[in-house]
Design a protein around this ligand. Sequence first.
Ligand code: COI
Length: 354
Amino acid sequence: MDTVMDINITKVENSKLNDLNLENIPFGKYFSDHMLEADYENGEWRNVEIKPYQPLIIQPSLAALHYGQSIFEGIKAYKDADGVAYVFRPYDNFVRFNISAERLCMPTIPEEIFMDGLKQLVEIDKNWIPFRENHSLYIRPLMFATDTLLGVRPSDTYKFMIMLSPSGPYYTTPMKIYVEEKYSRSVKGGVGFSKNAGNYANSMIAAKEAKEKGYDQVLWTDAVEHKWLQEVGMMNVMFVIDGVGVTPELSEGTILNGVTRNSIITMMREMGIEVQERRLSIDEVVEAYKKGTLQEVFGCGTAATIAPIAELGYGDFKMPFDISTFKTATELRKQFDDIRYSRIPDTHSWMVKI
Ligand code: COI
C-alpha cells in the first residue's frame, strides 16, 4: 500500500474480533476495532487520527443535530482467496463526498485525508473483512457540523470520520417495490444528488407506508407530476425493456450518481447491451409490462449491490416478475462478484489494493 499521510495511530489492546463470528452477520450492526477522526477548525483540517472505535462526546447544541449539515458515503472492502484486501472504487466516493459537501455548504475534504485515511484504517482492521459470498467490510465515511450554536448558518467547525462495519447482504430476499406518488424525494435545484442525512430521514415515512402495504421499499417519482421515475429508496434502478437497459438520467440533479449504477452501465455496454440514461415514465413501464417487453427490473447500490425486483406495485396495479428469468441481472451479479472477489481480471482498475 502506498502511504502518504502521516496519521496519528493508537491501536486497541485487545481486538473485539475474537468475540465475533464473521459468518451470517447482518448489515451495519457491528463495528471494527478502529475509526478515523479529523477536525475542521479555523479553515483547515487537523488532528487526523486513527483510534479505538469509541463513543463521541457531543453538546446538545451540536449544529448537525438541529439543521442537518451531515453527509456520508458507503464503500466496500473485500478479500481475495489469498487474503489480500481490496476496496471497490473509493476514489469515486471521495469525489461524490465532496460534491455533497459543497451542496450542503460544508468544507471539502482533502484527497489524502479521505483516501490515505481510508486505506490505513482498512489496513489496520483488514482481519475484519469477512471472506464469504455476499459479505464485505462496509466503509462509512461521515462528515457533520460541530458548531454549538442555535443560529441558522453554515457551521465553522466539522468532524470527518470513517468507521468500518463487517456486513452481510442488505437484502436477503428479492424486493417488492411500491411506486411512490404521495411523497417526494427530490426536486430540481434540491439536494437529491447529494448523500446527505436528510434525504434518508425524508424517505422513511414513504418506506414505512409501503411496508404497511406489503412492500419493502418505494420507487420515487418526480415531485411535480409523480410520473417520471427517479430511484429506489437507497439505490438506483435499472430496467431492461425489449433488450435495452433504461435507467433514469442524472442531469436533473434529482438522483444519486451511484458508483454501482455507473459500474453496471459500463458492464452492460461491454456485454453488448444498449443502455439509455434518459427520462423514463411509470406509464412507459406499465405499457411495456402489459406488452410483455419489460424483461427485468433491478436495483443497484453499494449496500444492496445488484438487487432483483420481484414485484412493482403502482396503485392497485401489481407487476410481478419471475426473477429466475432475469438474465442480465444474473450475469451482472456474477461478473460483479467475480471482480470484487478478484476471481477475474479487474480490467477497469476498480479495485484498490490495500
Ligand atoms: C449505500 O448503498 O452505501 C447506502 O448508502 C445505502 C444505505 C445503507 C443508506
